[in-house]
Design a protein around this ligand. Sequence first.
Ligand SMILES: [Zn+2]
Ligand SMILES: [Zn+2]
Length: 427
Amino acid sequence: MGTEGILIKNGRVIDPADKLDAVADIFIESGKISRVARGVKNGADKEIDASGKIVLPGLIDMHVHLREPGREDKETVCSGTKAALRGGITSVLAMPNTSPAIDSAQNIKLLKNIIGKSAKADVFICGAITMARQGRQLCDIPALKQEGAIAASDDGSSVDDENLMLEVFKLAKKEGILVISHCEDRALSANGMVNLGFTSTRMGLRGISPESEYKRVERDINLAQKTGARLHIAHVSCRESIGLIADAKKKGVRVTCEATPHHFTFSEEAVLGYDTNFKMNPPLRSKDDLVAVRKGIADGIIDVIASDHAPHTENEKDIEFDRAEFGVIGLETELAAAITGLVRQGFLDWKGLARRMSLTPARILGLDKGTLGAGKDADIIIVDPEKEWVVDKAHLISKSKNSAFLGRKLKGVVEYTIVKGKVAYKA
Ligand SMILES: [Zn+2]
Ligand SMILES: [Zn+2]
């Protein structure tokens, strides 16, 4: 890192770790935050006027599919992290369902090499739980951790074998590694595509029941309770899952969870037009579930907002609904979706937003980030909270354009993304 100093003047600085929400200046030096105070007069090489803007710790998205290695036609570490920067995200957790899967120390080395060469933001690695994510043979999880994996997940699939999953939790407890669970009982969700109920009936497609999710949430909470391991539940979508997690937290089980922007913005009605950009797993649920997700985020039962950024090519999305891939991109829209759908609607204040999108994911992942304290990495974003924009395919940086927010008007534009003291993105 260079030693060039940057002074961010007069922004409304939000730091949930310090319970700070006030107009202040931030002085950055040698890649670190040096001072946060009013009227800082250091001789910075560069000054940024942030009057009327919101200054937040860089966002940390703990659920991202960068697709490299193996599907560089969908996304790469380079294109995905560029998209992240535009969205105000300075750190991502890369999920292991690549090709090959990140199921060995050797494959982590391969990915680290790619990251070292091409990442524009910080990329952390989630290792797989089972070999090739087949749910049969455990990975050498201690070896993955040794090589740098900071969590373990078979995301995209759930490990059906309960005894095997018990072994995973025991190992996770011993190794101090976080288990991230994609909760889906495929015996129950088999070949479903949309929420089970009137939507699946009206569309003539098989349904995915909420039960297929919450039964697996219940199982994994029990395993976490039995072993004392830390569990993070990915993309909760229904009221029952949130209720189970709330109860588990009350009992002291070490469980956290996340929700995606599509699950706090849309309900299943959005999918009735057969637009495949509303096909994702878990599916968009009922209006009642949408209410429960928003309330869960407001209450803090839902700890984290994460995108589940899942790029797919036009060939995989712009086809018949039943043949299209599951998943949508989210890096470039998640902050604006949260400002528009949560802050503007009174579900979160700015501190709450910074907590769900930066501080809490940092704490869950054990990263010394997510705050604007002196001495911390200068990962900082400057946001114009009033500026409106329409999500347009032509302007998305991500290689894939499968966004559920296409054509929608959102509020909130990232003006600067600073990574370790350097301006990495400027609008
Ligand atoms: Zn998943
Ligand atoms: Zn995912």
